[in-house]
Design a protein around this ligand. Sequence first.
Ligand code: BES
Ligand code: ZN
Length: 616
Amino acid sequence: MSLSKNDPNSFSNPEECTVSHIDLRLEVDFKKHILKGCVNLSVERNTNASLVLDTRDLTILNVYDGDTLQKLGYSLGNPVTFYGSKLEINLTSQADSKKCRVCIDYETSPKCSALQWLKPNQTSGKKHPYLFSQCQPIHARSMLPCQDTPGIKTPYNAVVTAPSELTVLMSAVKVSEDLDESKLIKSHTFKQKVPIPSYLIAIVVGALEKRKIGPRSHIWSEKEYVDKAAEEFSETEQMISTAEDLLGEYVWGIYDLLVLPPSFPYGGMENPCLTFLTPTLLAGDKSLADVVAHEISHSWTGNLVTNRNFEHFWLNEGFTCFVENKIVGRMHGESARHLHALEGWELLEYAVETYGEKNPLTKLVLDLRGIDPDDAFSSVPYEKGHTLLFYLETLLGGADVFDKFLRAYIQEYKYKSIDTDTWKMFLYKYFSNQKDVLDKVDWNAWLYTPGMPPVKPEYDCSLAKKCMNLAGLWTQASAEDLDQFSAKDIAEFSSYQLQKFLSFLLQEESFPLNKIEKLTDVYGLKNTRNSEVQYRWIRLGLKAQWKGIIDSALEFVTTIGRMKFIRPIYRDMYAWDETREKAISVYYQHRDEMMYQSASAIAKDLHISETKTEHS
Ligand code: BES
Ligand code: ZN
């Protein structure tokens, strides 16, 4: 199997033929659950080689030269595991010109891994169908034939036709809308002028409404969520301008937010011009809006400076966590930033413990040869990456110095895709007067060794201490002591501190039944609207083998699709005899409502078959 030179997860050959622009024309077919249309690729030829593209579950109908309209010979390989099928297009007839255009008529399959098709009864409004995409890391190839590697970035245009009563949005700026004469369908024209990697192509089609929340921002969602969301994310502009202050101009024009139906598998996705968000962020008190700060930060780290392939994913996510925390620091104070940083360290400890400290997936820079990046996904690139930058900041002279470095890094590599060596070279160049300091960093341990980092940075623990102290009181309390606890204990806590307190309890070897019942009662945990709090409470209950938690746990995993929450809960349910069978049967009942990514990940967590059709 011949793979891309710089990307172990792609077949494409951008060194030989580089796609420099994508033009998409698509029709949305809600009856067949497919997209049908044509992609027109501008190709720059560096050699006479044929053009190699990634595809997955696509039907290729016709391949032709975009200028002469002459048919081009092609071959579509057999599907290879998660890679999909290699599409090789013969360009020989045009060998004398350095540039050409290749058109491919194609359609997606109803099992396209990038798309989730919802029936009207799966939406809040219950009247209209809904479609959304999730292309990161390597699902773009199931939506269009492309060089599906983040090493290649292109601008794109798209014209999408859909039923006229529905709104279509993409990760781009909308240029126009045209109603068909029949009035039944509408075409929507989009332009993304900034070059982006394929994983940032995104689409949503549904009965959407919008509210303006800032000079360059709207909230989009089904009618039922839109006002609540506008209120929840009212700090968006403040976050964008804080990020601009740190990293330079926001180049994408608009920054809109889309709140998706609950089955969206992530907390957020940084699709350019239109961040996708899970509705589990709607806590009612803005307490979970740091996910928006995270996605905003990707507008620089990830979307402007991009990982060359997903082995260097920490350049996207570690940097983004670092910038997210800088925004938190500027908005809520340095001690809040340190509390977040410490939580990151603990999440990393949890990941390393779960994977095992020798597991290669706990390295910062991964080896993804033969590995599906979805299977390699964990909090390691986020938190180990964040910790490395946090440590370097202290080492090199603090925020004043390091903020300038960050800005210079973005200026140097914006619109490019890079790897860890390139970043490290720039770091050494920028801090050439502190080479001796940098040489003391154990680079091999940080970058290429599994397990926890070689150094734990010093954190300001003032906010964490209060949470830890209360957790200590609970763990040490005897049955008679339990009456000393009351709602007053947490009256002064931020919602983040309440989460932190529950995280401390979760780290304990065991937390007995009488305590979880009491805790639920005195702090009113059953009625919390904060999904992060709910998640930790459910996990504590399952850990204590509290039968009273089972219904809440089952309801939680069947109403939402956010993997960060439901995977650990499914795993906890698998671990307890009382819930194992229930978890499996509930999974099968709801699998068809889940997006491909969540359904397949959870099948692995439950040690059952992944295939969509068996067992149904
Ligand atoms: N880009 C990620 C989501 C992602 C990663 C999707 C890999 C598919 C493959 C996004 O920016 C993200 O990290 N979201 C987090 C939120 C964040 C605050 C850590 C999430 O979904 O929880
Ligand atoms: Zn991210």
